[in-house]
Write a protein that binds this ligand. Sequence first.
Ligand code: MSP
Length: 519
Amino acid sequence: MKPTFYITTPIYYVNGAPHIGHAYTSVAADVMARFKRLDGYDVFFLTGTDEHGQKVEQAARDAGLDPQTHVDRISADFLDMTRAMGVSNDDWIRTTEERHKRSCAELWRRIAASGDIWLGHYEGWYAVRDEAFYDEDELTTQPDGTKIAPSGAPVAWVREPSYFFRLSAWQDRLLKLYEDNPDFIAPASRRAEVMSFVRGGLRDLSVSRTTFSWGIPVPDAPGHVMYVWLDALNNYVTACGFPDEDAPRWRFWPADVHFVGKDIIRFHAVYWPAFLMAAGLPVPKRVTSNGWWLAEGEKMSKSLGNVIEPRELVATYGLDQIRYFLLREKPFGTDGSISHHAIISRINVELANDLGNLAQRTLSLVARNLDGVLPGRGTGTLEDAGLLTAADALPALVREAVERQTFHEGLEEIWKIIRAANAYIDHQAPWALNKTDKVRMGTVLRVLVDAMRVVATLLQPFMPTSMANMLDQLGVPVHARSIEALAAPLADGIHLPPPRGVFPRFVESPVAPPGGPAA
Ligand code: MSP
């Protein structure tokens, strides 16, 4: 039996259109999901939409729609974006589904049964934009006297009856969880932040609201709806069939990794494990957080009009090109900037030149000088062995990078081989060998095909369509494209199809691409 692997993205608020930040977390999680499948795991990959709460209710009102009609529309738009980004999720969860309401009611009952819920009054600051409560000392006063949260969101004073979760009782057990599991929170800088927040002391958390109704009712408590974060976080167990622990999907719980943005780490690394422990459920193994994308160096916002629409980028540059760019351009955990200039440079230098030309040069020589017949390796030289040994070491390096979410380093390792292969082809000059030593030419081309096979196999999770195309051209049968299959060499003498370019250069048209002209 294959080992299981459960991976999730945050579920997206349906208060506005999807933007590149949403697409990014989904694509990064998708790369890991695809890599794990390629590496022999039984993967369950979940994404979806977060549809309750005051913020969504307000967005529906602003749009002049009843909440259900509004959330149906926006959720469909997020699903369309998810498809457009090539995300290979196995399920699409919406928090307005019956299965989720049932699951939340049961989670609530279990936490209540453990004695961790009490009824009181909440009085304090709340930011609807973040759907989060803040302490006075976390806020900044603006010149006009209004207060804002650390995220920049405006806050309002609320006072209402509320149920509380006894978070204060979980401080030591949470700290023990982090200490016993050093990989529970990544990257390390976020882990340190969370630990110092928890060491600073935890206050009980308000987990129900009474001043609006767009939420999941608290069992046996008329007028109370669940705090949207309790509802939202619970999606991760709903999709595994909770509360039915005989459900086939329950085998995936606890999750192996939750992908989240750096702004929502506290909810996932503090509240979520505390809720689960209180309910007597196992906690996830890892919460990994990504940094933010800026648009040409500036924070994206509707008011600045610089929000990047992922589907427009894909229409302009191509899906695999954008997926590659997003994973290569910045380290996963840190902030980075998207610019048209940077996208074009990655496409033209790394994809078209380094990788595309390597394939084209090699495969057109096989087609032209060997009638498309894949030669055997023959007797190798030290240089051949150097390239092949480096290629053989690649799967372990990329696996490690994916496991740590250092995707950019994994890609850099792959590009080291691509650059080494380019240096090798220049030095061996197989085009000249055609006249002087055809046998040696065959060996050189075969070494290149074998190195490229490793590269294309490992790049499949990043660029699925282009790499399927490249593996077709390299003569790799569809059933032999896993990491394990690399151990078995391609049969000598097979016929390779005529080569076709995989990555065209991006030539700027006189018309500016969406989002403005290239910088
Ligand atoms: N609904 C909550 C998550 C609940 S998970 C149980 C939520 N939704 S969100 O739509 O506001 O944000 C979803 C994700 O998008 C977050 O991880 C957030 O960090 C990410 N991003 C939003 N803007 C972003 C950028 N500009 N760049 C990168 N990611 C960003 O929070």
